[in-house]
Ligand binder design. Structure first.
Ligand code: NAD
Length: 489
């Protein structure tokens, strides 16, 4: 099987997917290979008019889809999962080229995506409500879940296949229609690919639309009155804007945003194992994951040994074009993002932090960087970096570790490493984060665990087998009596 068999570039060239493939009203977007900047073709860019037309088609198609038996909706999703498996190798390469991920990251993304879709498919076979009790004889009372209607899904570029799947699949499984707006930097593996897979799997026309575009297209999606819910994954800045607009329209918005995730390393730990986990947490995918380890909080007595190990590991990592060879790190997504990493490093060093490894880049290829003496008030401590920088801060005792970890406006993931898991649990119990891992680093994705953050990291645990049914449906209370109720007047 090859990518061209699944989908040649001619399928999406200059097109959006909305009731079939067609030209976009806002021109085209160039699709590039991130490591080289080479053009891979142009895809259509959706205008506000396209968004509105798509929402109208989707609203009609959704009513028919919602009436289809759940297990049959699930079958279509299971077929998409099967096709993902069949074309896994080629889809992985598309992810590698379009996002700059190394091959193992692309492979993992496909694998996790398949799991997301299969679990969502199973949701369509679950009971859809409960029989409630009633104070009144003869009144039957039930609460049932009904689809929300049309769901707008807005995704980022860093794991475009997976982060789309975790919203599209449960939304469709529960009887909704979906309008997907992928990031303009990854419109094929984060968008067009799904259009083709759903087409091949036999999803009825009009239910699923791919509307590539930037902020304007996204904004049109959020504001369209026929779009009943927005499922957004991306930066805190944009999440705040979307939350404000959606709030004004009383529209449900699930917001999965950034993180500045602390990894607390206690003095009783195996230092080499802890440094290995820490290196993975900060350097995996060039540090461009919401769950990346943003702060290494290390107890004073082991700090030198931990940093020495981290520096050694950073120095051994190879950075290069992941499509051309086996590297540990690929490119940063774009020049603006790479320049922001430069700024964070430079401003933090001007405030007293020291670079012990890396710190520089060749174009988009940033060397794995270790910074020490990082303190609150420095951007390396306060801001999400989204680059391969391990920022190390030393603490004296457990209370200080907790205070430092919580000294942040985000609250996505926190992690604690210790050979005393009870001590680690006592610390974990005091951490303000939506996700806490003991004896692991901060990056972990499983559809089975409730994923989400506190504070500036988002508005709850939006995607998982725990929460998907609630997220993508509304409760409806239905009562029934055999005869019309009698009243005194
Ligand atoms: P971004 O917020 O810039 O863009 C995300 C999406 O929003 C893109 O599709 C973009 O086109 C769209 N968008 C931009 N402005 C918009 C607007 N005004 N209205 C509607 N849509 C708009 O984010 P990014 O830089 O592409 O992605 C990285 C960010 O995503 C990081 O902060 C990262 O932590 C976060 N992220 C969070 C999670 C999570 O699950 N919590 C997962 C991955 C990434």
């Amino acid at each position: 099987m090859s990518m061209s068999e699944l989908m040649s570039a001619a399928v999406w060239r200059n097109r959006i997917y909305s009731g079939g493939w067609k030209a976009g009203g806002a021109g085209t977007i160039q699709v590039t290979e991130k490591a080289t900047g080479e053009a891979m073709g142009s895809i259509g860019c959706a205008s506000a008019t396209d968004v509105s037309a798509a929402a109208a088609i989707a609203a009609d198609a959704q009513r028919v889809w919602a009436a289809m038996p759940g297990p049959q909706r699930g079958d279509i999703l299971r077929e998409v999962a099967r096709l993902l498996q069949v074309y896994a190798k080629d889809i992985t390469l598309q992810i590698v080229r379009e996002t700059g991920a190394i091959r193992p990251k692309g492979q993992l993304e496909v694998k996790l995506t398949i799991r997301e879709i299969l679990e969502a498919a199973a949701l369509a076979s679950q009971p859809t409500g409960v029989i409630a009790t009633s104070d009144v004889k003869g009144r039957q009372s039930m609460a049932r879940r009904i689809p929300i209607g049309v769901v707008g899904v807005i995704t980022p570029w860093n794991s475009p296949l997976l982060l789309a799947a975790r919203a599209i699949a449960p939304a469709l499984a529960t009887g909704n229609a979906v309008l997907l707006k992928p990031d303009p930097q990854t419109p094929v593996c984060g968008g067009a690919l799904y259009a083709r897979l759903f087409e091949m799997a036999g999803l009825p026309q009009g239910l699923f639309h791919v509307l590539p575009g930037g902020a304007q297209t996204g904004d049109a999606l959020v504001r369209d009155q026929r779009v009943n819910m927005i499922s957004f994954t991306g930066s805190t800045r944009v999440g705040q804007q979307i939350g404000a607009v959606a709030g004004g329209l009383l529209k449900r918005a699930s917001l999965e945003l950034g993180g500045k995730n602390p990894y607390i390393v206690l003095d009783d730990v195996d230092v080499e194992a802890a440094a290995s986990a820490g290196a993975w947490g900060s350097f995996m995918h060039q540090g461009q994951i919401c769950m990346s380890t943003g702060r290494h909080l290390v107890q004073a007595s082991i700090a030198d040994a931990y940093v020495e190990s981290l520096v050694r590991r950073a120095g051994a990592l190879k950075v290069g074009d992941p499509f051309k060879g086996d590297f540990h790190l690929g490119p940063i997504i774009n020049e603006r993002q790479a320049a922001n990493v430069d700024r964070i490093v430079a401003e933090s060093t001007s405030k007293g932090a020291k670079i012990l490894a890396g710190g520089s880049r060749d174009g988009l290829f940033f060397q794995p960087t270790v910074m020490v003496d990082v303190a609150p008030g420095m951007p390396a401590f306060d801001e999400e970096i989204f680059g391969p920088v391990a920022a190390v801060t030393v603490f004296k005792d457990d209370d200080e570790a907790v205070a430092l970890a919580n000294q942040n406006r985000f609250g996505l993931v926190a992690a604690v490493a210790s050979s005393d898991s009870c001590r680690a649990q006592r610390i974990a119990d005091r951490l303000h984060a939506g996700i806490v891992h003991i004896n692991d680093q901060t990056i972990m994705h499983e559809v089975f665990g409730p994923m989400g953050g506190f504070g500036m990291s988002g508005n709850g645990h939006n995607y998982s087998t725990f929460t998907n049914a609630d997220q993508f449906t509304e409760w409806q209370w239905v009562t029934r009596r055999e005869e019309l109720a009698a009243y005194p007047f």
